[in-house]
Design a protein around this ligand. Structure first.
Ligand code: C2O
Ligand code: CU
Length: 687
């Protein structure tokens, strides 16, 4: 439904551009009819019909926008109403109310001029509106956009008035031959084409990142309605600022875990290339930790000091490790160019942090993340509650991932199993399946043959989760669900549903169970699952800062020197996306709106966010505390967090292909700066 309404909008505007172009052509012809009464009538009729069709299209567009408003809310249409509507409706109204009624053969040249100009302004309005929706989405209306596009419309009206006025005066004396007019038309066309191409090339060049740049950007600071003196010190060149805050700037390198204490858990991870074999026999040229992918499962207990030494054996582009879902100190976050430099071949880097949470998490390289995670530089990171008692639980982690073969085929798999697997489990055994989605795309899982519960999401234990039988589980990229059941004496089938054959695991008492895939059912709505409980934030919390982030797609744009379709936040790609400025102790609310046609699993580093509402309705089930919030097309999520982990934090889409194209931004604490940088003169490319 949502995609349909947005698709209709696109089509209406596209047709409107065509119709108003043709109308403009017809109106222009009125200049060339000379004394011929009949051809004047003909062209006038054509222009009138065009104006009426154009107006009708605008009205249908407005209706479409109203339906979107009714179903999805104001945030979905505010730019349409404030930026597009005036561009479309004002010129049409002028044509209909003022220009058309006064136009006749006998009327003076002025009325003809007025008519032609106003019809052409209508065309310009349609083109600008189409440009806005496809290339320069306003998202959050601001006066600058209003002035630029409104100004463009008014200036073009003025220029058209001068141009057509002069032409009409010349044509009174002498009508040019048809061939001349064709040539004129061609020249204008080429001119427009040249301007467009030049614009493209220039903006492409300008979008290229400089050789060295800071990842956190001031020019896009968004203070969320809170104290706006914060950005004074977030700059690496803080010393040339006169700060009004008395605390002195902190570098991210000072924000580290305990450096000297003896660690409770110690791991070494060697990043290296290695061929791995999938269950089907397919070979993958993988990038691995310790020769395997998924890498070794890291296991710790809540409260442990964990030390991980990363050694890069031979990954030429460098490696880092980010602890996805674990709120480590900023200096341990593993973002190249922001919290460290990428670890190059032959180098090593040691991470140390105390894990203050439990649950199913994962780790992955954040250097060229879209490539390196895809190639296999990831693994599970399981933190057990400190109070865990011994049980005979079968506790397994299953990581969904898409492998790419050397000849470019995409192979979805659970760990390295791209075929159905069989496992033996004794009846009566409590089973905990930790499902991790390390892929970019949302994955749907089903469990057949046993009642089960989703006991945790993103490592956070749900409150009184109910028993499920036929629900499908949809996990966005980067997300995790923990599922529990008691093994029955019949077979249980876990499946990952996809186009074509599903893959999965059959658990059975003898290890030979038959697969029986549940491939239909309702998707579990996690905002209505389990029972409510006391939470730090709710719909009546007063926040220090509130941010609104609208996720869109543009049909065409440029990002770091490359042209194509873009995924944008508030109409922009990095580094023009907003930097969310906070200070320690702030209560922060963020509203995400997905107006595009793809899922966007938004992941904030260093914090967990509590979901307050979905699509305007407060959540009614268990509290939900996530690190990756999957927002589907047409959805709105309000999430909140307490700013309690000072640093510079990425906040990005965990469809890493989207992040790689600029769907990324930052949360920046006041007074924190980074000495690191990204760009071609550095080794860092976090994406
Ligand atoms: Cu799992 Cu910034 O990533
Ligand atoms: Cu995305």
């Amino acid at each position: 439904m949502f995609e349909f309404l947005m698709g209709v909008e696109f089509l209406l505007l596209l047709v409107l551009v065509g119709v108003s172009g043709a109308t403009g052509y017809a109106a222009n012809h009125l200049k060339y009819v000379g004394e011929s009464e009949s051809s004047f009538r003909l062209w006038l009729k054509a222009a009138k019909v065009g104006v009426y069709i154009g107006t009708a299209l605008i009205m249908v567009w407005a209706l479409d926008i109203m339906i979107i408003f009714e179903n999805y809310g104001w945030l979905f249409i505010m730019d349409r109403v404030l930026n597009l509507l005036p561009l479309l409706s004002l010129p049409a109204a002028i044509v209909l109310i003022f220009a058309l009624p006064n136009l006749s053969r006998e009327a003076n040249k002025k009325s003809l001029l007025f008519f032609i100009v106003s019809v052409h302004v209508m065309t310009v309005g349609a083109v600008l509106a189409f440009f806005l929706v496809t290339i320069d989405i306003p998202a959050i209306p601001n006066t600058k956009d209003l002035l630029i596009y409104g100004g463009a419309l008014i200036i073009s009206a003025g220029l058209l008035w001068l141009y057509h006025g002069r032409r009409i005066r010349i044509l009174e004396k002498r009508l040019p031959r048809f061939s001349i007019r064709i040539i004129r038309g061609a020249v204008y066309f080429v001119l427009v084409f040249v301007v467009a191409i030049t614009g493209l090339v220039v903006s492409q060049r300008m979008s290229e990142f400089p050789g060295r740049m800071n990842m956190v950007h001031h020019h896009t600071a968004d203070f969320g309605g809170g104290d706006s003196s914060l950005d004074e010190n977030t700059n690496a060149h803080h010393d040339d600022h006169d700060s009004n805050s008395d605390s002195k700037p902190i570098s991210v390198v000072e924000l580290k875990g305990p450096q000297t204490d003896i660690p409770d858990k110690k791991y070494v991870l060697y990043a290296e290339t290695k061929k791995i074999r999938l269950a089907s026999g397919e070979t993958i040229e993988a990038w691995t930790f310790n020769g395997q992918s998924p890498g070794p499962e890291l296991v710790a207990n809540e409260g442990d000091l964990v030390e991980v030494r990363l050694v890069n054996k031979n990954i030429d582009s460098g490696v880092t490790i980010h602890w996805h879902g674990v709120d480590v100190p900023n200096g341990e976050d593993g973002v190249p160019g922001m919290t460290q430099d990428a670890v190059m071949p032959g180098e090593s880097y040691t991470y140390r942090f105390v894990v203050n949470e439990e649950g199913t998490h994962w780790y992955h390289s954040h250097q060229q993340s879209s490539i390196q995670v895809q190639k296999g530089l990831f693994g599970a990171f399981i933190i057990h509650p400190s109070s865990q008692h011994e049980t005979k639980t079968m506790d397994t982690t299953i990581v969904a991932h898409d492998w790419i073969t050397p000849d470019g085929r995409n192979i979805p798999a659970l760990d390295t199993a791209d075929t159905f697997q069989r496992k033996m489990v004794n009846p009566g055994t409590p089973v905990r399946l930790r499902l991790v989605n390390a892929g970019n795309l949302t994955r749907t899982f089903s469990l057949n043959g046993v009642p089960f519960k989703v006991v945790a999401i993103d490592g956070f234990e749900l409150n009184e989760p109910g028993t499920l039988t036929t629900s499908l589980l949809r996990i966005g990229g980067g997300g995790r669900y923990d599922v529990e059941f008691i093994m029955p004496d019949t077979a249980v089938t876990l499946a990952m549903l996809m186009e074509g054959k599903p893959i999965g695991i059959v658990y059975s008492p003898d290890g030979h169970g038959k697969q029986n895939v549940l491939d239909e059912g309702e998707v579990l709505d996690i905002t209505k699952y389990g029972s409510p409980a006391q939470t730090p934030f709710n719909t009546s919390t007063v926040f220090d800062r509130t941010f609104t982030l609208i996720l869109d797609q543009t049909y065409f744009g440029v990002y770091n020197g490359e042209a194509g379709q873009q995924w944008v936040i508030n109409g922009k790609t990095f580094p023009d996306t907003p930097t969310l400025m906070v200070k320690e102790g702030d209560l922060v609310k963020t509203t995400f709106v997905n107006r595009s046609f793809a899922d966007h699993p938004m992941h904030l580093h260093g914090h967990h966010v509590q979901v307050i509402s979905k699509n305007g309705k407060p959540i009614s089930g268990s509290p939900l505390v996530l690190d990756t919030v999957n927002i589907e097309p047409g959805e709105t999520f309000e999430v909140a967090f307490l700013a309690n982990n000072p640093g510079l934090w990425m906040d990005h889409c965990h469809n890493l292909d989207h992040a790689q194209k600029g769907m990324t931004m930052h949360v920046a604490y006041e007074n924190v700066y980074t000495p690191f940088a990204i760009g071609s003169e550095t080794v860092n490319s976090p994406e």
